[in-house]
Design a protein around this ligand. Structure first.
Ligand SMILES: Nc1ncnc2c1ncn2[C@@H]1O[C@H](COP(=O)(O)OP(=O)(O)O)[C@@H](O)[C@H]1O
Ligand SMILES: [Mg+2]
Length: 319
């Protein structure tokens, strides 16, 4: 049985442009016929630029937003028809930090346990506090905590009922390295113990290190879906990178990824690298600080995001 299943899920929001006119507001699709099955025990990554629809997918999954069409289920429980069972199977760490400032950390976790009908949860709450480096903050008031500490509490809160399916929406956005490591150690341990994990992140190296499979989302559509290792294999194996103080001829620039002075060319082998360097020289330009590195998930991601949908790797698997 799939831990998480999206079947042709669309979500329409009123279009910001037309909502100002006196006519019936138009809509745009934040999710456009998304289909995705995540199996029990997977560590799954959902990647995509801002506004791609990642949080919308998670909101629909958690029953916070209704899909306009399609079906979503958690361990076979429909998120609408069988809301309570679906919600109980899920632990969701939301993107935004929202808290009741009047409670201390332990109180908050007790209240959350009660909300899920879990009694005598003290031992597990202690383990959560310990594993997330919160033990010495157990009696601290929420408003006394730093942003990073609040983020840890949010994770503990999501896990208080030992949900089989754990969903984290950009849990490491803007948090320090130490928390990232603590968090991933703990989440990886839960995954080894059988919990399914769905993670959205901007940190591609995190996804590369943790996730067995990855989906890439772009303007509400899945544009790539594959094993992480296969996505990496599909990338050109090397990247030629150098600095340039002038513009390249268009034919050459079209093949490069350019960020300010930094120019990068995906290249399979030494011959291709030589050809690019020769072309730069022939254009009368001087490449500085030349480097050759292995392609990583970020390269795959940028390739996918700039390609058109039809030629995208792995997408046949979802169609
Ligand atoms: N409540 C809402 N009303 C209208 N538009 C929304 C709402 N929530 C999200 N959107 C829009 O839906 C799109 C997807 O947003 P979101 O799911 O938050 O993306 P992501 O999490 O990938 O950054 C964006 O264009 C966003 O502006
Ligand atoms: Mg988001």
């Amino acid at each position: 049985m799939a831990a998480i299943s999206f079947q042709s899920v669309s979500k329409a929001y009123p279009s910001p442009k037309s909502s100002k006119s006196s006519e019936r507001p138009g809509t745009f699709l934040a999710l456009d016929a998304v289909s995705l099955d995540i199996q029990e025990g997977e560590f799954f990554g959902l990647l995509g630029p801002n506004g791609a629809g990642k949080t919308t997918m998670i909101s629909v999954l958690a029953g916070l937003t209704r899909a306009t069409s399609g079906r979503v289920s958690v361990l076979g429980h429909d998120v609408q028809a069988d809301f309570a069972a679906a919600r109980r199977a899920l632990g969701v760490v939301p993107q935004e930090l929202v808290f009741d400032p009047f409670f201390n950390v332990r109180e908050l976790l007790r209240i959350q346990s009660g909300y899920f009908g879990v009694k005598n949860n003290g031992a597990w709450i202690d383990e959560l506090l310990e594993s997330l480096g919160l033990a010495d903050k157990a009696n601290a008031n929420m408003r006394q905590l730093s942003g990073g500490m609040k983020r840890r509490v949010l994770v503990a809160q999501a896990l208080v009922h030992k949900p089989p399916v754990i969903v984290l929406d950009e849990p490491t956005a803007g948090v320090d390295v130490e928390l990232r490591q603590t968090l991933w150690q703990f989440i990886a341990k839960l995954n080894r113990e059988g919990h399914t994990v769905l993670l959205t992140t901007h940190y591609l190296e995190e996804a590369e290190a943790l996730c067995g499979r990855i989906a890439m989302l772009k303007t509400g559509r899945i544009v790539a879906l594959d094993k992480t290792s296969d996505l990496l294999k599909a990338a050109s194996s090397n990247v030629l990178r150098f600095k340039l103080d002038a513009e390249m001829p268009k034919a050459l620039a079209d093949k490069a990824r350019i960020t300010g002075r930094i120019v990068q060319f995906p290249a399979n082998d030494a011959l291709e690298i030589e050809r690019y360097l020769a072309a730069v020289r022939e254009a009368g330009l001087v490449a500085q600080d030349i480097e050759i590195r292995k392609a990583d998930l970020e390269d795959v991601f940028l390739d996918v995001m700039t390609q058109n949908k039809d030629s995208v790797h792995g997408v046949g698997a979802v169609a």
